[in-house]
Design a protein around this ligand. Structure first.
Ligand code: CO
Length: 212
Protein backbone atom coordinates (compact mmCIF):
# COMPACT_ATOMS: atom_id res chain seq x y z
CA UNK A 1 0.00 0.00 0.00
CA UNK A 2 1.32 3.37 -1.00
CA UNK A 3 0.48 6.43 1.06
CA UNK A 4 0.83 9.56 -1.05
CA UNK A 5 0.77 13.21 -0.15
CA UNK A 6 1.70 15.05 2.97
CA UNK A 7 -1.38 14.76 5.13
CA UNK A 8 0.74 13.55 8.00
CA UNK A 9 2.71 16.77 7.89
CA UNK A 10 1.61 20.26 8.80
CA UNK A 11 0.48 21.93 5.59
CA UNK A 12 1.75 25.40 6.54
CA UNK A 13 -0.74 27.14 4.30
CA UNK A 14 -0.34 30.91 4.64
CA UNK A 15 -3.55 32.45 6.00
CA UNK A 16 -3.65 34.86 3.05
CA UNK A 17 -4.04 31.86 0.79
CA UNK A 18 -7.20 30.83 2.63
CA UNK A 19 -8.67 34.30 2.14
CA UNK A 20 -7.82 34.16 -1.55
CA UNK A 21 -9.39 30.72 -1.85
CA UNK A 22 -12.53 32.10 -0.23
CA UNK A 23 -12.67 34.92 -2.80
CA UNK A 24 -12.28 32.46 -5.66
CA UNK A 25 -14.99 30.19 -4.21
CA UNK A 26 -17.47 33.06 -3.74
CA UNK A 27 -16.80 34.26 -7.30
CA UNK A 28 -17.28 30.77 -8.69
CA UNK A 29 -20.55 30.28 -6.81
CA UNK A 30 -21.95 33.57 -8.10
CA UNK A 31 -20.88 32.74 -11.65
CA UNK A 32 -22.81 29.48 -11.43
CA UNK A 33 -25.83 31.01 -9.69
CA UNK A 34 -26.07 34.79 -9.37
CA UNK A 35 -28.69 34.54 -6.61
CA UNK A 36 -26.88 31.89 -4.55
CA UNK A 37 -25.71 34.06 -1.64
CA UNK A 38 -28.83 36.23 -1.73
CA UNK A 39 -30.90 33.10 -1.16
CA UNK A 40 -28.49 31.79 1.49
CA UNK A 41 -28.78 35.06 3.39
CA UNK A 42 -32.57 34.75 3.65
CA UNK A 43 -32.50 32.07 6.33
CA UNK A 44 -31.64 28.52 7.24
CA UNK A 45 -33.91 25.46 7.23
CA UNK A 46 -31.60 22.55 7.95
CA UNK A 47 -33.06 19.08 8.46
CA UNK A 48 -29.98 17.85 10.27
CA UNK A 49 -28.12 18.62 13.45
CA UNK A 50 -24.61 17.18 13.30
CA UNK A 51 -22.73 16.53 16.53
CA UNK A 52 -19.20 15.51 15.62
CA UNK A 53 -15.61 15.45 16.78
CA UNK A 54 -13.42 18.56 16.49
CA UNK A 55 -10.83 16.48 14.63
CA UNK A 56 -9.61 18.39 11.55
CA UNK A 57 -9.94 15.27 9.41
CA UNK A 58 -13.68 14.89 9.91
CA UNK A 59 -15.29 18.02 8.46
CA UNK A 60 -19.07 17.67 8.81
CA UNK A 61 -20.06 19.12 5.44
CA UNK A 62 -17.17 17.45 3.65
CA UNK A 63 -17.77 13.87 4.72
CA UNK A 64 -21.57 14.18 4.40
CA UNK A 65 -21.39 16.04 1.07
CA UNK A 66 -23.99 18.53 2.25
CA UNK A 67 -24.38 22.12 1.04
CA UNK A 68 -24.45 25.29 3.14
CA UNK A 69 -27.87 25.43 4.79
CA UNK A 70 -28.30 21.68 5.24
CA UNK A 71 -26.42 20.98 8.47
CA UNK A 72 -26.59 22.72 11.83
CA UNK A 73 -23.29 21.79 13.46
CA UNK A 74 -21.77 21.31 16.88
CA UNK A 75 -18.35 19.78 17.29
CA UNK A 76 -16.32 19.05 20.38
CA UNK A 77 -13.53 16.70 21.37
CA UNK A 78 -14.73 13.10 20.93
CA UNK A 79 -18.32 14.16 20.03
CA UNK A 80 -19.56 14.21 23.62
CA UNK A 81 -23.18 14.71 24.61
CA UNK A 82 -22.98 16.16 28.11
CA UNK A 83 -26.37 17.36 29.18
CA UNK A 84 -25.09 20.14 31.46
CA UNK A 85 -22.88 21.52 28.69
CA UNK A 86 -24.56 24.84 27.88
CA UNK A 87 -22.74 25.10 24.60
CA UNK A 88 -23.99 21.77 23.25
CA UNK A 89 -27.44 21.93 24.80
CA UNK A 90 -28.19 25.41 23.50
CA UNK A 91 -27.30 24.14 20.01
CA UNK A 92 -29.61 21.13 20.48
CA UNK A 93 -32.36 23.37 21.89
CA UNK A 94 -32.19 25.76 18.95
CA UNK A 95 -31.98 22.94 16.41
CA UNK A 96 -34.95 21.03 17.83
CA UNK A 97 -37.30 23.79 19.00
CA UNK A 98 -36.58 26.56 16.49
CA UNK A 99 -35.07 25.00 13.38
CA UNK A 100 -37.24 21.89 13.72
CA UNK A 101 -34.54 19.55 12.49
CA UNK A 102 -35.80 16.05 11.71
CA UNK A 103 -32.55 14.22 12.42
CA UNK A 104 -29.74 14.48 14.93
CA UNK A 105 -26.55 12.71 13.92
CA UNK A 106 -23.77 11.95 16.38
CA UNK A 107 -20.82 11.14 14.16
CA UNK A 108 -17.65 9.80 15.74
CA UNK A 109 -14.62 8.45 13.95
CA UNK A 110 -12.28 5.52 14.28
CA UNK A 111 -8.91 6.28 15.83
CA UNK A 112 -10.36 9.22 17.77
CA UNK A 113 -7.62 10.92 19.81
CA UNK A 114 -10.11 11.86 22.54
CA UNK A 115 -11.19 8.24 22.95
CA UNK A 116 -7.56 7.06 23.03
CA UNK A 117 -6.70 9.72 25.64
CA UNK A 118 -9.63 8.58 27.79
CA UNK A 119 -8.53 4.93 27.48
CA UNK A 120 -5.09 6.04 28.66
CA UNK A 121 -6.71 7.88 31.59
CA UNK A 122 -5.49 11.31 30.50
CA UNK A 123 -5.43 13.71 33.46
CA UNK A 124 -4.60 16.96 31.66
CA UNK A 125 -6.43 19.98 32.97
CA UNK A 126 -9.75 20.39 31.07
CA UNK A 127 -9.02 17.53 28.66
CA UNK A 128 -8.99 14.79 31.28
CA UNK A 129 -12.21 16.05 32.80
CA UNK A 130 -13.94 16.51 29.46
CA UNK A 131 -13.29 12.82 28.76
CA UNK A 132 -14.69 11.53 32.08
CA UNK A 133 -17.73 9.98 30.39
CA UNK A 134 -15.57 7.92 28.01
CA UNK A 135 -13.35 6.82 30.89
CA UNK A 136 -16.46 5.51 32.65
CA UNK A 137 -17.74 3.79 29.50
CA UNK A 138 -14.33 2.21 29.04
CA UNK A 139 -14.45 0.77 32.56
CA UNK A 140 -18.00 -0.49 32.11
CA UNK A 141 -17.14 -2.22 28.83
CA UNK A 142 -13.78 -3.58 29.88
CA UNK A 143 -14.92 -7.24 29.66
CA UNK A 144 -15.82 -6.90 25.98
CA UNK A 145 -12.90 -4.64 25.10
CA UNK A 146 -10.28 -6.86 26.70
CA UNK A 147 -11.23 -9.68 24.33
CA UNK A 148 -9.56 -7.74 21.49
CA UNK A 149 -5.95 -8.74 20.94
CA UNK A 150 -5.46 -6.07 18.31
CA UNK A 151 -5.03 -2.66 19.97
CA UNK A 152 -6.38 -0.76 16.96
CA UNK A 153 -9.54 -2.89 16.86
CA UNK A 154 -10.00 -2.38 20.58
CA UNK A 155 -9.72 1.40 20.18
CA UNK A 156 -12.11 1.37 17.24
CA UNK A 157 -14.69 -0.64 19.19
CA UNK A 158 -14.40 1.89 22.02
CA UNK A 159 -14.98 4.65 19.45
CA UNK A 160 -18.23 2.88 18.46
CA UNK A 161 -19.30 2.38 22.09
CA UNK A 162 -18.67 6.08 22.63
CA UNK A 163 -21.04 7.05 19.80
CA UNK A 164 -23.71 4.61 21.00
CA UNK A 165 -23.46 6.04 24.51
CA UNK A 166 -23.91 9.63 23.28
CA UNK A 167 -27.05 8.60 21.38
CA UNK A 168 -28.42 7.01 24.59
CA UNK A 169 -27.70 10.16 26.58
CA UNK A 170 -29.30 12.35 23.94
CA UNK A 171 -32.39 10.10 23.83
CA UNK A 172 -32.76 10.33 27.61
CA UNK A 173 -32.22 14.09 27.82
CA UNK A 174 -35.21 16.14 28.96
CA UNK A 175 -35.02 18.25 25.84
CA UNK A 176 -35.38 15.32 23.45
CA UNK A 177 -37.86 13.54 25.72
CA UNK A 178 -40.03 16.66 25.70
CA UNK A 179 -39.85 16.93 21.93
CA UNK A 180 -40.98 13.32 21.51
CA UNK A 181 -43.75 13.79 24.06
CA UNK A 182 -45.00 16.74 22.02
CA UNK A 183 -45.16 14.38 19.05
CA UNK A 184 -42.23 15.86 17.21
CA UNK A 185 -40.80 13.78 14.40
CA UNK A 186 -37.20 13.46 15.42
CA UNK A 187 -34.76 10.67 14.73
CA UNK A 188 -31.35 10.11 16.27
CA UNK A 189 -28.55 8.45 14.35
CA UNK A 190 -25.18 7.23 15.59
CA UNK A 191 -22.59 7.08 12.83
CA UNK A 192 -18.87 6.53 12.71
CA UNK A 193 -16.49 7.78 10.06
CA UNK A 194 -13.65 5.58 8.87
CA UNK A 195 -10.60 7.71 8.12
CA UNK A 196 -9.04 4.86 6.17
CA UNK A 197 -11.87 4.42 3.68
CA UNK A 198 -13.73 7.75 3.81
CA UNK A 199 -16.93 5.84 4.53
CA UNK A 200 -19.52 6.51 7.22
CA UNK A 201 -20.59 3.38 9.06
CA UNK A 202 -24.10 3.65 10.55
CA UNK A 203 -24.23 2.13 14.05
CA UNK A 204 -27.56 2.89 15.66
CA UNK A 205 -30.89 4.62 14.93
CA UNK A 206 -33.48 5.81 17.40
CA UNK A 207 -36.69 6.49 15.50
CA UNK A 208 -39.12 6.55 18.43
CA UNK A 209 -38.95 7.18 22.14
CA UNK A 210 -36.89 4.35 23.72
CA UNK A 211 -37.88 5.47 27.22
CA UNK A 212 -41.59 4.77 26.87
CO1 CO B 1 -11.89 12.52 17.50
Amino acid sequence: MKIEGNHLERRQRPYAEILLANKAWAKNMVEKDAEYFKRLALGQYPDYLWIGCSDSRVPAAGVSQTEPGELFVHRNIANQVITNDFNLMSVVKYAVDYLNVKHIVVCGHYGCGGVIAAMNNNTDKYLGDWLTGIKDSYKRNRAELDTFTDEKEKINRMCEINVERQIEKLASSSLIQKAWRKGKELQLHGWIFDLETGLINPLTDVVGNPNT
